[in-house]
Design a protein around this ligand. Structure first.
Ligand code: TYD
Length: 204
């Protein structure tokens, strides 16, 4: 039996991490093993790559370097953690996966679309999520929330960058409607969680 692979996506400040906890609790209540991960990170190597990626001191990093570091972190996590978890039948809940690379590096950074898709194929080792939830919030609201306590290297790119990220997510959802579902992330957290869980119905 293969497990179930669920990914959570959205621009910075969309409330995804809060939702990840609520969704994980609900999935655990079903009695399945739930493996909670976040990208970039999740293995000792991937966490080191994460530190490189988010350090505001690395402001000279070029988009091509950035792309390959996200993919490197992902390949390690996929082979070391995600594939074994899916093979033993677990539910894998990952906060960001390759759609983030599409949204941020193709959308935000304007790297070539086809190139980013090829890189995603390598970084994910061909592992495709069964369902992807995109938490969608008005970019100005999300951005103010994300940067209230200071900005990491990606958040420091500003609001116009986050708007391009959001547009890229909406394009993906239009392209792959059965996998990628847009969740209205405005309103109370429990309301948003209910919308998210409704979008996972029938998966487990
Ligand atoms: P993080 O603090 O984990 O943000 P969040 O809580 O919003 O997920 O930082 C991850 C940052 O890296 C975030 O700004 C999105 C960005 N990112 C990319 O640009 N490309 C990617 O492939 C991934 C996985 C993340």
């Amino acid at each position: 039996m293969r497990g179930v692979f669920i990914t959570l996506e959205g621009a910075d400040g969309c409330g995804k991490s809060t939702q990840a906890s609520l969704i994980a609790d609900a999935l655990e209540a079903s009695g399945r093993e739930v493996v909670r991960l976040r990208e970039p990170g999740g293995t000792p190597i991937s966490e080191k790559v994460r530190a490189l990626l988010l350090d505001p001191a690395n402001d000279e990093m070029v988009p091509e370097c950035e792309l390959m570091l996200y993919e490197a972190s992902r390949a390690q996590l996929t082979r070391q953690v995600i594939e074994p978890a899916l093979a033993r039948g677990a539910v894998v809940l990952c906060d960001r996966y390759y759609d983030s690379t599409y949204a941020y590096q193709a959308g935000g950074r304007a790297l070539d679309d086809a190139l980013v898709r090829r890189a995603n194929l390598l970084g994910s080792c061909g592992v495709v999520p069964d369902r992807t939830l995109v938490f969608d919030l008005e970019p100005a609201v999300a951005y103010a929330r994300a940067t209230a306590g200071g900005a990491d290297r990606m958040e420091a790119e500003g609001l116009a960058f986050q708007e391009r990220v959001r547009d890229a997510y909406l394009r993906l959802a239009a392209e792959e409607p059965s996998r990628v579902r847009v969740i209205d992330a405005s309103g109370e957290r429990d309301e948003v969680a209910a919308r998210a869980l409704a979008a996972l119905e029938g998966l487990l």
